[in-house]
Write a protein that binds this ligand. Structure first.
Ligand code: CA
Ligand code: CA
Ligand code: CA
Length: 473
């Protein structure tokens, strides 16, 4: 009977695991939609980055998981490819096979179609060319979305310094897929030749839907297990049925708990912090965005061991505001699928604001999503746009130019926010700076960037542990 129980527990756990993986993969919640390593032809065996799909030249048009990708040139140049002597794997740096080979062309365009309309996507793009290793200076590519003339990213790489940390000389940006489900990014380089080593495309997950999915997977596996027991082994297991169910349930619940605890602790799914800045005024609680920690009247705070300081590069002090229409309703207000009214209707602002993160894990990659929108312009009948350049540290090259229309309310969650990434330095800190007068900040999230490999290890560790505990019980 003991052996039977173990068999049932393991089967149940295995089914739960498979369901979770299948469900998560289908919904593009854990795994990116595609990890692409652009490379040379088949003679380059061993040049494919593990975990990536290698797209061999001369293919510049392919489909993965229902999304069509086309690499081309905005100026009708040919797309070419090269293989370089750098970078070289060393220590924790393991992306040699991703970044030694590349596609390049003048004014490169990267088009995705077959996307879900109105869905937010995140793109991490590696752009580095080892050709420049014997030169001094740097190379900058300016990236645009569609025909927009305002760049979304200014991406600068030093010539003679190879990447030494995974993700270095890549950038992360985000975009909303339009009604047609198609988006084009365009890179313009000073030397015209824009290199791309590869990219990862991910649908931006919402933590709430992820938990629902986990629970759905587990519930389904429990149901299947029950059906199977009842139809195949009804009589033989009559006496131990209650026990079996108890054990299966316990294992499933423990598995869920371990997975959630592990991922939350590692900051992989749940952000390290979700901050709603500027809630105050009448009925302060009604201004608090669900799931966010409200920071009101303070410019220093901590979350999960990370310290945050808000400051101004020009010594200005932060101010809080909330925005309402003539009837006192928040601007923007929740409507339909848009549920971030309480996040974006109140804000902090300052001249040349800085956000400093300290006590980060050195050399860990982090991601920040920052909402920056001020209903003042909408309620006062403003027209045109507001534009803010954001910089890392003392850099004079903005990593993003963030443009918001004055006369349009956000209508999709995440609209008028931007996502960016950075590597925490050896000191474990990073400062982000916005340039201009009265730069608004509604709130932000900070997340450690997961590596697909480490995420799988974490899931397996959680499951193994739950099995071991069960066995020793
Ligand atoms: Ca490669
Ligand atoms: Ca708020
Ligand atoms: Ca806010």
């Amino acid at each position: 009977m003991k052996l039977h129980r173990h068999h049932l527990i393991e089967t149940s756990t295995l089914i739960a695991l498979i369901m979770l993986f299948v469900a998560a993969t289908h919904a593009d919640l854990i795994y990116p939609i595609m990890n692409v390593d652009f490379g040379p032809d088949g003679s380059g065996a061993g040049r494919g980055q593990p975990g990536f799909t290698v797209i061999y030249m001369p293919s510049t048009n392919f489909t993965l998981n229902g999304v069509d990708v086309t690499v081309a040139s905005a100026t009708e140049d040919n797309v070419d490819w090269r293989y370089r002597d750098y970078p070289i794997d060393s220590g924790d740096y393991t992306e040699e096979r991703l970044s030694r080979d590349l596609l390049y062309t003048d004014n490169l365009t990267l088009t995705f179609s077959g996307l879900t309309p109105g869905q937010r996507y995140e793109l991490q793009l590696w752009s580095w060319d080892g050709y420049w290793m014997n030169y001094t200076g740097s190379e900058t590519t300016t990236w645009y979305l569609g025909d927009d003339l305002t760049p979304i990213v200014e991406h600068t790489r030093p010539y003679n310094t190879a990447p030494s940390v995974n993700g270095e000389y890549s950038f992360i940006t985000d975009f909303l897929s339009g009604p047609s489900g198609s988006v084009t990014l365009k890179g313009e380089g000073a030397n015209q030749d824009v290199p791309i080593n590869g990219f990862i495309l991910t649908a931006v997950p919402e933590p709430a839907s992820f938990v629902v999915l986990l629970l759905a997977g587990l519930t389904l596996s429990l149901r299947r297990r029950r059906t199977s027991i009842l139809t195949e082994q009804k009589e033989r297991l009559q006496t131990m049925k209650q026990h079996s169910h108890y054990f299966i349930k316990t294992t499933a619940v423990m598995t869920l708990a371990f997975i959630l605890a592990g991922t939350v602790q590692a900051g992989l799914i749940t952000p390290i912090m979700k901050i709603d800045l500027g809630a105050y005024g009448p009925g302060a609680t009604t201004w608090a965005q669900p799931g966010f920690t409200v920071m009101y009247n303070t410019t220093t705070f901590s979350g999960n061991g990370v310290d945050v300081t808000l400051d101004s590069a020009t010594g200005d002090s932060y101010q809080n505001r909330y925005r309402t229409d003539s009837e006192g309703s928040p601007v923007p207000s929740d409507s339909g699928d848009y549920t971030e009214g309480r996040l974006s209707s109140d804000l902090y602002f300052a001249d040349n604001p800085t956000i400093t993160f300290a006590n980060l894990t050195p050399n860990q990659r982090y991601k920040v999503q920052l909402w920056s929108w001020d209903g003042y312009w909408y309620t006062s009948g403003g027209t045109g746009t507001v534009s803010t350049n954001w910089y890392y540290g003392d850099s004079t090259t903005p990593f993003v130019t963030h443009v918001r229309p004055k006369d349009v309310l956000p209508s999709v969650n995440g609209e008028y926010s931007f996502i960016t990434d950075f590597l925490a330095g050896a000191g474990g800190s990073m400062t982000i700076r916005g340039e201009g007068a009265n730069v608004s900040m509604n709130g932000f999230t900070l997340t450690a960037v997961p590596e697909p490999a480490s995420f799988v290890v974490l899931l397996l560790a959680g499951l193994t542990l739950s099995l071991r505990r069960r066995r020793s019980a």
